[in-house]
Design a protein around this ligand. Structure first.
Ligand SMILES: Nc1ncnc2c1ncn2[C@@H]1O[C@H](COP(=O)(O)OP(=O)(O)OP(=O)(O)O)[C@@H](O)[C@H]1O
Ligand SMILES: [Mg+2]
Length: 260
């Protein structure tokens, strides 16, 4: 493992039913502050891979080394410690609709609280200041006291990023963060994630269906097909032939048109 590696996944497999492999011997690494996209057709195993990293699901085989600690097998306090340093950003935002933007951002601090303080939503002045600053960093200082259900999709996703930031993570896992957004909001969300990598040194592992965004924003792109990693390279290496290999020549949904 290179000393610069934050995450090193080796021979990771996951079978949900005991026979078919949703993830099949995947190996990859991620450096601190690196921005890596994962592309592949529906069912290729992108979400399975992301969810294994913070142990939302348990892999069947393999190793995940995060910041020098083996993730597979972690339990209790150590697992909670791991999850504090790995934030998640979701396609459907996972906000509490009736709470304000800033209350949603503060949820990112819950992993640092004991259960009573968490249940009572007791946050320090510093945490509140940091939450407001995170909202300003994603351009939403103005919306701090608006209810989440009054925000647009793009704004909701930026609240999701602010919530991820206040967690003080080493890694953000984003599972199709722009799949529900229009092109302008998509670009803004990608820019904020890229900013987190560049300015805060937070590594980002982002699953995407839009190859052109993966090429434009990533240091490296990983292609998955049938649970196997079939491409791992810089965007310039992602040729139409490679894209065809990732998505399958016969796949009618393959995004060839954007790339040829
Ligand atoms: N909870 C589950 N139980 C059983 N099978 C599952 C489960 N989650 C995913 N799978 C299967 O594992 C495979 C990989 O699914 P996964 O959700 O990781 O793909 P994906 O690349 O994220 O797809 P999409 O682009 O549609 O989100 C698929 O065959 C899927 O049906
Ligand atoms: Mg998925």
């Amino acid at each position: 493992m290179s000393t610069a590696d934050l995450l090193r996944i080796t021979n990771l497999s996951k079978s949900y039913d005991g026979s078919t492999k949703a993830l099949d011997g995947a190996s990859l690494s991620l450096r601190r502050g690196e921005f890596v996209s994962i592309i592949g057709s529906s069912g290729a195993g992108k979400s399975t891979l992301l969810r294994c990293v913070n142990r939302l699901i348990d892999p069947t085989e393999g190793s995940i080394l995060f910041d020098g600690t083996e993730v597979c097998g972690l339990r209790g306090r150590k697992l909670r410690g791991l999850r504090r340093r790995i934030s998640m950003v979701f396609q459907h935002y996972n906000l509490v609709h009736r709470s304000t933007a800033i209350e949603n951002v503060l949820q990112g601090r819950l992993g640092y609280k004991n259960s009573l303080a968490g249940a009572l939503s007791l946050f320090s002045e510093e945490e509140k200041r940091n939450a407001f600053e995170a909202l300003e960093q994603v351009g939403l200082g103005c919306c701090a006291y608006m209810r989440a259900d009054q925000l647009s999709g793009g704004q909701k996703q930026r609240v999701g990023i602010a919530r991820a930031l206040v967690q003080d993570p080493l890694l953000i896992l984003a599972d199709e963060p722009i799949a529900s957004l229009d092109p302008i909001s998509s670009r803004t969300v990608m820019e904020h994630l890229r900013w987190a990598a560049d300015e805060k040194g937070i590594a980002c592992l982002v699953s995407l269906h839009q190859v052109e965004y993966a090429q434009q924003f990533s240091d490296r792109v990983i292609g998955i097909s049938g649970g196997k990693i079939v491409f791992d390279g810089v965007p310039a290496e992602l040729t139409p032939a490679k894209i065809a290999e990732i998505y399958g020549e016969d796949n009618p949904n393959a995004p060839f048109a954007e790339c040829c």
